[in-house]
Design a protein around this ligand. Structure first.
Ligand code: G3P
Length: 225
C-alpha cells in the first residue's frame, strides 16, 4: 500500500518526507484553500520538491465535463503530464474521465462514498478510486469495509484500478486497509505523525539509552566505546 500525504503545506510535506517512507502528495480544493497561496504556486513548489516522477494528485474544480477537461489540461501543462487529475465521481465526471482516459491522462476518481461510484469510475478509465473512509464512518456506514468492497470489485472485474483510500482519522483505519492490500492511502500530516505515537515505544527506547549511559557514560553511543 502506497502512503501519500494529503496536504499542501510545503513545510509539513518536507518534514514528512524526511522521516517517513511516503510516495507522493494528494490535494483537493479545500486543502489548497487552507494553504492560503495561489494554487499553481504551491502546487509547483510541491512538484519541484517531490520530483517529476513522484505521484501528485490535483483536483479539477469545474462542474461540467468540458470544464473538467479544460482544468485537467491546464493542470498537466503546469505540473507535468504524469500528474494524476482528480475528478469527482458523478455523471459529468464519468464523461470527463472517458474523454481524458482516451488521451492517456492519469485519473483519480474522487468524492467516493459508494462502491458503485468506484466501479463506474474504473470502467470510465480511472486508475485510482478514492473512498472517503472517515466521512463514510461519520454517516453511519463502515468506510474501511466499503474500501475493501471496492478493492474486491476491481479484482473480480479485472479492472485496471486501485483503491486510494482518503479521509482518515486514525492509524487503525489505515492498518486495516494495509492488511487488505489496497493500492494506496492518503492521510493528513496530523494522522501521519500519529501513526507511531505511543508512550510504550518512547519509554522502551529511553530505558535502552539510560541503561547504556550507565555503562559507558552520559551522551555516549556505540561509536564512542
Ligand atoms: O480529498 C479528500 C480527502 O482529503 C478528505 O479528507 O479529512 O477532509 O475528510 P477529510
Amino acid at each position: 500500500m502506497k502512503l501519500i500525504i494529503d496536504d499542501a503545506h510545503i513545510d509539513q510535506i518536507k518534514e514528512i518526507y524526511e522521516f517517513y517512507p511516503v510516495d507522493g502528495v494528494t490535494t483537493n480544493p479545500t486543502i489548497l484553500a487552507k494553504s492560503g497561496r495561489k494554487p499553481y504556486d504551491v502546487l509547483k513548489e510541491i512538484r519541484a520538491f517531490i520530483g517529476k516522477e513522484a505521484e501528485l494528485h490535483v483536483q479539477v474544480v469545474a462542474k461540467d465535463a468540458a470544464g473538467m477537461v479544460e482544468d485537467a489540461h491546464r493542470i498537466l501543462e503546469e505540473l507535468g503530464k504524469n500528474t494524476y487529475v482528480k475528478i469527482p465521481s458523478v455523471p459529468e465526471g464519468f464523461k470527463a474521465m472517458k474523454m481524458l482516459s482516451k488521451e492517456g491522462v492519469n485519473l483519480t476518481a474522487t468524492a467516493i462514498y459508494t462502491p458503485m461510484q468506484a466501479f463506474l469510475a474504473a470502467k470510465a478509465g480511472a486508475s485510482y478510486a478514492a473512498p472517503y473512509i472517515n466521512r463514510i464512518d461519520n454517516m453511519g456506514y463502515d468506510g474501511v469495509a466499503i474500501a475493501q468492497h471496492i478493492h474486491d470489485i476491481f479484482r473480480k472485474n479485472n479492472l485496471n484500478a486501485e483503491v486510494l483510500a482518503a479521509s482518515f482519522k486514525n492509524s487503525q483505519q489505515m492498518l486495516d486497509l494495509a492488511e487488505y492490500g489496497v493500492g494506496a492511502a492518503t492521510a493528513s500530516p496530523d494522522v501521519i505523525f500519529a501513526l507511531v505515537k505511543n508512550e510504550a515505544i518512547t519509554s522502551a527506547i529511553n530505558v535502552f539509552i539510560s541503561d547504556f549511559e550507565k555503562l559507558v557514560g552520559v551522551g555516549k553511543t556505540m561509536k564512542d566505546c
